[in-house]
Design a protein around this ligand. Structure first.
Ligand code: MEV
Length: 313
């Protein structure tokens, strides 16, 4: 028997990093997906194949000794086969660029948790999300949980660590143009760098948290009335806070400037330090914004919001 699941990637529209310290963030799932197929096999081996490599190990290995980006899959499979007489084979297929802030690792954890657990029983979305966050913690212990949540439920949502998520009932007709710096980043080390900034600049960081909080409240109102131009101004404002906490660099700044020329606003999405930026557009400036990035030799593509979230089949 095979069990298959797919989960979307994500864009953090507002509030990355500050969300780790309890501030509300606004995120949306995007129409790029990861699909995981899991199958029980004879023996007790867990084998994982993906376009970033493969991993094959017997059960019951210590997670801390595994040095592979595929270890969340091993963690999930190993947990499920305890006291079961089986191995598991896992195949991962992705159309989300990996390691650039678009939620590839959370989508892997969510689709992986769903495909693997459903070989054994009918798990609910809530249970799958809990497993996915646990699995994500094997690579990034201090995750806020925001990314896995939006990859599970899809759509556009507000999220904070204490209260979890609330879907935003809005159907914005914007297009996000994503530009990729092609600089791979480690969320874990950039989050650690921001922690250092916070520890050295407690007052400034706390002011920034207050600003971000106010900005997100304004954004929630603007989303209800679909005010794309003013949302763009908030994006530009949020980017200033990200600059201050030190997660930008020259290439990202240049990309943002290119995006801001024609779009409503542009900013880093995700951890920063590399990865992607996005520019907010609608049909009036989508093509122009794409052309702006292309003529500066930046990789770019446009995405829409995914309203489905996790899909199992
Ligand atoms: C990473 O996509 C988002 C961060 O805010 C970390 C997190 O929320 O766990 C940087």
């Amino acid at each position: 028997m095979k069990s298959k699941a797919s989960a979307p990637g994500k864009v953090i529209l507002f509030g990355e990093h500050f969300v780790v310290y309890g501030i509300k963030a606004v995120l949306c799932a995007i129409n790029k997906r990861i699909t995981v197929t899991a199958e029980k096999v004879d023996g007790d081996k867990i084998s994982i194949r993906s376009n970033i490599g493969s991993l094959e190990l017997g059960s019951n290995k210590s997670i801390s000794e595994i040095d592979s980006p595929l270890k969340p899959f091993y963690y999930l499979a190993d947990k499920m086969i305890r006291n079961q007489n089986t191995g598991i084979s896992i195949k991962v297929e992705s159309d989300i660029p990996l390691g650039v802030g678009l939620g590839s690792s959370s989508a892997c954890c969510v689709a992986g948790a769903a495909a693997i657990s459903r070989l054994f029983r009918d798990t609910t979305k809530k249970e799958i999300l809990e497993m996915a966050i646990e699995a994500e913690k094997t690579i990034f212990e201090n995750t806020s949980g925001a990314d896995c949540t939006v990859c599970t439920y899809g759509g556009i949502m507000e999220y904070d660590k204490r209260n979890g998520f609330t879907k935003i009932e809005s159907n914005p007709d914007f297009h996000l143009v994503i530009a990729n710096s092609n600089i791979e980043h480690s969320t874990k080390s950039i989050v650690a760098r921001v922690r250092e900034f916070k520890e050295k600049n407690e007052d400034e960081f706390s002011r920034l948290c207050d600003n971000e909080s106010r900005l997100v409240e304004d954004v929630l109102k603007l989303l209800k009335i679909n005010s794309v131009k003013e949302l763009g101004e908030k994006i530009t404002e949020n980017q200033k806070y990200l600059e201050t906490i030190g997660v930008s660099n020259n290439k990202l700044r240049d990309m943002i400037q290119v995006g801001q020329k024609t779009s409503f606003g542009a900013k880093i999405t995700g951890a920063g330090g590399g990865g992607c930026i996005f520019a907010l557009t609608d049909t009036t400036n989508l093509d122009q914004t794409m052309m702006g990035f292309q003529s500066n030799n930046y990789d770019c593509f446009s995405v829409k919001i995914d309203f489905k979230g996790l899909d199992t089949f």
